[in-house]
Write a protein that binds this ligand. Structure first.
Ligand code: PMV
Length: 362
């Protein structure tokens, strides 16, 4: 399949105006996407758990405009106009214009809200871009694009989301999502995310993710800058190979439910992501002292109690604490008693992996 597949053939209807609302979740990568080629093509495959609570809800209203030579839109976050979001959306529109040829025909009002605090340091780009892509797919569907089956709808929504923010393409469908071609996973693609096609052991059902907010500030390094640091990075090629190897290992871990092996891959992936940033030029340290305090306490707790709790990190200082549902009570106690003290204003968000339908049209 090529990108041409997503260029619509004909629209059989005309629409003066309308509005659609979608809610879409965030996701947390286990094997990390870090490094991309042109057109948001990932350098390596990644796999993520979809989150159940952390979501963005977006209403896209549209009305036909006179001329069709520019993009025209306004953005609101929690009812407040946000002109600083516009450049990112303008870039997104430019990237997807050939796949959504109606974009310049309408003025859009984009009203968005998050289930988590905006200033929490939690990246909202995955849930935000996927919610917007789903709304645009609904517009296309109502224009009578002939090809739109449910499978095509989701695939193209993921394809478009990727062009907004790479990891957003893993927020469209299902609970465990793979993005990027991997030789053992039939149907995996660099263009869009797919539902992980093999068995996932009961041990991972309702897996818990408590997000410890160590630093709620703006990201020190934007992910665009971060991905670009992988160009000419001395360890890049080996890292991309390692991601393929870790994906292969996870396939059997998901099947057997081997949580000790799961922990090794997940923590190593998180530390590798940060190691890549520490060894790029320029170099960055995105962990804070409290990130390390939390990691060390998790390791000590694991030795003391034989727990299967582990951590993963995004490109920032916050810590995602992952643990099986069977340990929910004990690990929550541990978090409250020992870890929240390392969070900014003692803030954390408890989430879990969504095993059902994640995005909802409202
Ligand atoms: O989607 P982006 O371009 O913001 O990249 C996100 C990359 C990580 O969150 C660090 C890892 C991942 O796979 O989600």
């Amino acid at each position: 399949m090529t990108e041409e597949h997503f260029i619509p053939k004909t629209y059989s209807k005309t629409l003066e105006n309308g509005s659609f609302t979608w809610s879409s979740p965030s996701n947390i990568a286990l094997v990390k996407y870090w490094g991309k080629k042109e057109h948001q093509i990932p350098e390596n495959p990644s796999v993520s758990f979809t989150l159940d609570y952390c979501k963005t809800t977006t209403t896209l209203s549209f009305s036909k405009k006179e001329n069709n030579d520019t993009f025209s839109f306004d953005v609101f976050l929690e009812n407040e106009q946000k002109d600083d979001f516009k450049p990112k959306i303008e870039t997104f529109f430019k990237r997807i214009e050939s796949y959504m040829p109606f974009l310049k025909d309408y003025h859009f009002k984009i009203e968005t809200s998050n289930s988590f605090p905006h200033s929490s340091g939690i990246a909202s780009s995955a849930s935000g871009m996927s919610a917007l892509a789903l709304c645009l797919m609904s517009v296309e569907q109502s224009l009578g694009e002939v090809e739109v089956t449910e499978a095509y709808f989701n695939q193209k929504a993921s394809f478009l989301s990727r062009l907004g923010s790479g990891s957003a393409c893993r927020s469209i469908e299902g609970d465990v999502i793979v993005w990027g071609t991997h030789q053992e996973i039939d149907g995996s693609s660099d263009f869009f995310g797919i539902k992980y096609p093999f068995d996932v052991h009961q041990n991972f059902k309702n897996y818990q993710d408590s997000i410890l907010l160590v630093d709620k500030g703006e990201k020190q390094v934007s992910s665009t800058v971060g991905h670009n640091l992988m160009h000419d990075h001395p360890f890049a090629e080996r890292r991309f190979e390692q991601a393929h190897e870790n994906m292969s290992k996870l396939i059997s871990i998901f099947k057997t439910g081997d949580l000790d092996a799961f922990i090794k891959i997940v923590e190593s992936e998180a530390l590798t992501l940060h190691a890549m940033m520490m060894t790029s030029m320029p170099y960055f340290i995105l962990m804070k002292p409290n990130t390390l305090e939390i990691i060390n306490k998790i390791w000590a707790y694991r030795i003391e109690t034989n727990s299967k709790v582990c951590f993963t990190l995004d490109a920032g200082a916050n810590v995602h604490v992952l643990y099986p549902e069977s340990e929910k009570e004990s690990v929550m106690e541990f978090i409250k008693n020992e870890l929240v003290t390392h969070c900014q204003n003692e803030h954390y968000i408890s989430d879990q992996i969504g095993f059902g339908a994640n995005q909802i049209q409202l």
